[in-house]
Design a protein around this ligand. Structure first.
Ligand code: ARG
Length: 472
């Protein structure tokens, strides 16, 4: 008797037990299962199952009362798992393969044989794609919200420091002075592209695979468009063979996430360098820094280091899935189950990166007193000055190079040079040269659209604020 019950239990655990006479190896059961991570698809799988059973009702496979019983049971399953997440762990222990199996078996427990009708003509191949697409759509929304919050933090810092000068670096060598406002808006722009990329990807996620079957389509004359409408999809997939194994939308998302990570990692790198005693450009708040167990003076930028570090992992998820998909034969292959761990981990990780970076930016203090007197970062101004007096820029550049070498050899800065020293290199230089060699004039000369002049940046901030206001 116990054996009969046991066999029944085991059969119930599998959706495909009919042709099998032997049990799976327990190690293989553990290896094969995805419930330990795809449990996150539960609400989406239930939503899709509701839409699918409605379509079955429309073609009279289910009666109205059967549909009602199924929907009622589906709602209960969702509630019960919400109230007691341990039910999932129990199912994993019992060897339940995946979330789709879990839902079907939970239905069987509640309403018996009627449950077996819910998946008439439906394959897990379309089910998993449908639920994952719904999950991705919702999470793209979350990511967009997090990007907006970080953008707002950058804009607030830009506004608070619109006219505070800071060194601009190329090759991490002093290049030209800019403003902190300009610096912060550069990250606003990167995030703007990230945001746009997510919205663009969303179009291709927003396609319903429901009714595509295992590979060949559906034989039950289901109204696919209606199911798609119920689920809020914009379109329906056009080819069942493609639809059941298309994971482009996840790969695209992972690529977009990698780029977000890349942008945040570059910001993190800046903050790590800029907060050193040697640079002394910013101070990060206690909210996001740690001390050393040995050296009492230390304030370590752990948050930014982890943002930089975890960005590497985001690239890994992308490469992992690209590699999984690249040589798959047409149609569904179980390899595709690997998509979800990469997807979930990437979305979770990048969400954390966005949140931690937002806190870091909001609480960042820039050093307004940094003094750049004596810096050669105004050398380009001198070349511009000579060009404006009629010397071709390339020649002017050469003259300024000679002046710089001379000043360095004399241990002087450009502004320390006397007029006669300047005139030794070019008679075109007058005593108005000292005006153009100030940091302020260097910054404010960059008035072409997109440049760092204070007025430009202030204007850019106003324009961005209007856009942000309109979006609320
Ligand atoms: N757990 C599977 C996955 O994530 C669901 C689809 C299984 N389909 C199948 N034919 N075995 O891909």
């Amino acid at each position: 008797m116990a054996e009969v019950i046991n066999k029944e239990k085991k059969e119930k655990q599998k959706l495909w037990g009919g042709r099998f006479s032997e049990d799976n190896n327990p190690l293989f059961v553990r290896f094969n299962e995805s419930l330990s991570f795809d449990y996150r698809l539960l609400p989406y799988d239930i939503k899709a199952t509701k839409a699918f059973t409605e379509a079955l009702c429309d073609i009279n496979v289910l009666s109205d009362s059967e549909l009602q019983a199924l929907h009622q049971a589906l709602a209960e399953i969702e509630h019960e798992v919400n109230d007691n997440p341990y039910l999932i762990q129990q199912a994993i222990n019992d060897g339940v393969e995946d979330i789709h199996t879990f839902v079907e078996q939970s239905l069987v427990d509640k309403i018996g044989d009627l449950a077996y009708k819910a998946n008439t003509g439906r394959s897990r191949n379309e089910q998993v794609s449908c639920a994952t697409r719904l999950w991705v759509l919702e999470h793209i929304e979350h990511l967009c919200d997090l990007i907006k919050a970080l953008q707002a933090a950058f804009v607030a810092q830009a506004k608070a420091n619109v006219d505070v000068f800071v060194m601009g670096y190329t090759h991490l060598q002093q290049a030209q002075p800019i403003t902190w406002g300009h610096y912060f808006l550069s990250f606003y722009e990167m995030l703007k592209r990230d945001y746009a990329r997510l919205l663009d990807i969303k179009k291709r996620v927003n396609v319903s695979p429901l009714g595509m079957g295992a590979i060949a389509g559906n034989a039950w004359h289901l109204d696919r468009q209606k199911m798609a409408n119920v689920l809020g999809f914009n379109e329906i997939a056009q080819n069942s063979l493609d639809a059941v194994s298309d994971r482009d939308y996840i790969i695209e998302l992972l690529a977009a996430i990698s780029l977000i990570g890349t942008h945040l990692s570059r910001f993190a790198e800046d903050m790590i360098i800029y907060s050193t005693t040697e640079f002394g450009l910013v101070e990060m708040s206690d909210l996001v820094t740690t001390g050393s167990s040995l050296m009492p003076q230390k304030k370590n930028p752990d948050a930014m280091e982890l943002v930089r570090g975890k960005a590497g992992r985001l690239n890994g998820y992308l490469v992992a899935l690209l590699t999984t998909v690249k040589a798959l034969p047409s149609g569904y292959n179980k390899d595709l189950q690997e998509d979800k761990e990469a997807l979930f981990a990437a979305v979770d990780t990048v969400s954390d990166l966005l949140k931690v970076t937002t806190i870091t930016v909001e609480s960042l203090v820039v050093n307004k007193d940094k003094n750049y007197d004596g810096s050669f970062c105004v050398a380009t101004e001198l070349a511009d000055y000579l060009s404006k007096k009629g010397i071709a820029f390339r020649k002017a550049h050469h003259i300024v190079g000679e002046i710089t070498a001379y000043a360095l050899s004399e241990n002087k800065s450009l502004t320390d040079l006397t007029l006669s020293e300047f005139q030794h290199f070019s008679v075109m230089i007058d005593d108005d040269v000292y005006q153009v060699l100030s940091i302020e004039s260097a910054v404010n000369s960059k008035t072409a659209m997109g440049g760092t002049a204070v007025a430009n940046v202030a204007k850019a901030i106003s324009a961005i604020e209007e856009i942000m206001q309109a979006a609320i």
